[in-house]
Design a protein around this ligand. Sequence first.
Ligand code: HEC
Ligand code: HEC
Length: 166
Amino acid sequence: MKPALLILPALLALSALALAACPSAATPEQPEHAESVKPTYPGPPKPWHAMEMSEKGQYMKDVVLPTMKRIFQQHDPQNYADFGCDTCHGLDARERHFEMPNPGLYALYPPGSPQQQQMVAEKKATLAFMVNEVIPTMQQLLGEEPFDPMTKKGFGCAECHPHGVE
Ligand code: HEC
Ligand code: HEC
């Protein structure tokens, strides 16, 4: 498991804000979970780490790509009109054997660093989308544990984004 980034406290506060400002996220399919307004996903047919590379690729194609494409396009139809494997894995995905994180994605810096503060200031909408939609959806799709800021374990930003080098 890769080390997770330490930016969660700021993001959790942000997440609460974004949720409060987003009543349209409620889904009528789940009235019994009033506190959880997100759809849930069953995850892979067997534990992710126990899957062959080919099985992972197939699951990405059948389940991850269509689900994440819908979520990204709902968030920003223009920017993500061409959403594919490469949006997450990069155009050199094959050469890198689909290894994640993808060094071509936006680099994330530790909490309190000037770069991280700048990101929080300049990319509020994207950040809220990452925290509220991308992280929980992907975490469930892969059958991973949610990120725990105490133990620093679970599915976090660093599964996709590289660490910034200061
Ligand atoms: C929304 C982002 C996203 C999209 C889109 C996506 N992937 Fe992935 N993929 C990931 C992440 C994150 C992992 C790493 C999961 C882990 O190991 O924790 C991964 C892992 C993989 C792996 C396993 C790599 C390894 O080292 O075990 C393969 C193979 C793969 N993806 C293929 C694909 C293919 C093919 C597509 C398009 C059909 C695709 N992915 C689309 C995010 C994505
Ligand atoms: C499943 C993979 C995945 C995870 C997990 C993820 N992101 Fe992202 N992130 C992406 C992709 C894909 C993009 C869009 C890249 C593009 O537009 O080409 C993106 C874009 C961004 C951007 C906008 C970058 C820019 O150029 O403006 C920021 C900021 C960001 N993510 C922060 C985060 C943070 C913080 C987290 C954790 C809370 C996170 N992401 C979790 C895949 C992921």
